[in-house]
Design a protein around this ligand. Structure first.
Ligand code: IFM
Length: 454
């Protein structure tokens, strides 16, 4: 017998807060990366973003109007420990303390994520995720945050989408820190897992309750002529390498075949896997699109873009089909259902859809509807994916909650402000918030607490 599905909405620090120079915040790898010529599609950065550092009360009110039971946000490490380790910036902690209280006053449960990609730059200068010391620094940071907030926070996530940190950051070079070091990026993978394991221990030692990690696994839809070993390698690097050691206490054979360094005792030291094993009490799933693989016929190695994020794996490329979002991501809600069923079966962990949503080019509404912004395709996307969550639950997947990505049109990383995922539009200058039609649609849906979609 299922408990009712719970609902929430998600955001992240660098994408929304702005105020990068305020209250003693240190520099992050995204501040630095955005200054690199050509790194961001529109040459922008997160220095203004949605101005949520100042307008956060409006965001909480919006989440309340939406009927969200949960608000997922991330804490900016450089606001709390500007130098990565050591000195604590109380003004940074105060901001999140206020946010938590404000959410609770609004009847919304806070769901913080400790790391949504904004590593203190100074840690990157000392090797970033290629260094084991970054994992120790993360555990120190986790302790500091938990000691301040854990009395009021019911669930915690350590990392957001570590696959992106490792492979978009150090192999494809399209995310900060923008390095392209090929197979050496696998080292970052282990250090991120270690940071999660040690961070989870630190959170629990400080009294934190429900601790998990947010991954972005994706089902692979491979054409028949793609060699099995290629599909296995992509599956390993995107999926199994992340939940495998948490659930089974080891990197499986597929993962080691794709990333042999994960069997090197200098990297994976005694006790490491023990720290990672069993370290998540729930698993966050960010789902947007499946990975549709076709054989690459020109025999070139994959390079750049997302294919470059699978170092050492050659002979394939991604071939998304229609319909697609404005990012060119294939829309395929059945893959979300299959993913949830599969992960529930393999991990036996409670699952939360911690992100789901879509970028579209929103159009002005000429009709007399409640919103001036008619994002009918976003509504369709959300409706079909909510239906997929229900379908997964109906066949036994233990999915507890669904959080929409995202409350506000925000800084979409390398795409800058050119891609819009929000259910609320944000004026770039004034920060004024205008709910779109999808906001009103989702509010109706959340309030009705639908066990079955309409
Ligand atoms: O905006 C991102 C978010 O920060 C992490 N998950 C995917 C989203 C859409 O690209």
């Amino acid at each position: 017998v299922h408990r009712p599905l719970e609902f929430g909405v998600a955001t992240s620090a660098y994408q929304t807060e702005g105020a990068v120079g305020r209250d003693g915040r240190g520099e992050s790898i995204w501040d630095t990366f955005c200054r690199r010529s050509g790194a961001i599609a529109d040459g922008s950065d997160g220095s203004m973003a949605c101005q949520s550092y100042d307008l956060v009360n409006e965001d909480v009110s919006l989440a309340q109007r939406l009927g969200a039971g949960w608000y997922r946000f991330s804490i900016a490490w450089p606001r709390v420990i500007p130098d990565g380790t050591g000195r604590i910036e109380q003004r940074g902690l105060d901001y999140y303390d206020r946010l938590v209280d404000h959410l609770l006053d609004a009847g919304i449960a806070p769901a913080p994520t400790l790391y949504h990609w904004d590593l203190p730059q100074i840690l990157e200068d000392h090797g970033g995720w290629l260094s084991r010391d970054t994992a120790s620094a993360f555990a120190e940071y986790a302790t500091v945050v938990a000691e301040r907030l854990t009395d009021r926070v019911p669930m915690w996530a350590t990392l957001n989408e570590p696959w992106c940190s490792a492979y978009l950051g150090y192999a494809a070079g399209v995310h900060a820190p923008g390095r392209m070091i090929g197979k050496d990026a696998h080292r970052a993978t282990h250090h991120l897992m270690l940071a999660h394991g040690w961070g989870a221990q630190a959170l629990r030692a400080a009294g934190a309750g429900w601790v998990g990690i947010v991954l972005n696994p994706a089902p692979i839809l491979a054409a028949t002529d793609v060699p099995q070993e290629t599909t296995d390698a992509v599956d390993a690097l995107r999926n199994r390498v992340w939940w495998g050691p948490i659930v089974n206490g080891r990197y499986d054979d597929q993962s080691i075949a794709a990333a042999p360094v994960l069997a090197d005792p200098d990297l994976v030291r005694d006790g490491d896997l023990h720290s990672i094993h069993g370290s998540a009490q729930w698993l966050g799933i960010n789902y947007y699109t499946p990975m549709r693989l076709v054989r690459r016929t020109d025999h070139k190695r994959a390079a750049g873009g997302e294919e470059g994020a699978y170092p050492g794996v050659a002979g394939f490329q991604f071939a998304p089909r229609e319909p697609q979002t404005s990012l060119g991501w294939e829309i395929h809600a059945d893959s979300l259902r299959d993913l949830l069923v599969d992960l529930s079966h393999h991990t036996h962990l409670p699952l939360i859809v911690t992100e789901n949503g879509a970028a579209f080019r929103d159009s002005a509404n000429s009709s007399s509807s409640a919103s001036a912004i008619n994002d009918a395709d976003r509504i369709r996307y959300l409706r079909d994916h909510l239906e997929a969550v229900h379908a997964a639950r109906e066949v036994g997947a233990d999915v507890r909650a669904y959080f929409a990505w995202t409350l506000l049109d925000n800084f979409e990383w390398a795409h800058g402000y050119t891609q819009k995922f929000g259910i609320v539009q944000v004026d770039a200058v004034t920060g004024a918030r205008t709910p779109k039609a999808s906001f009103y649609w989702l509010a109706d849906y959340f309030r009705a607490g639908y066990e079955k979609p309409r």
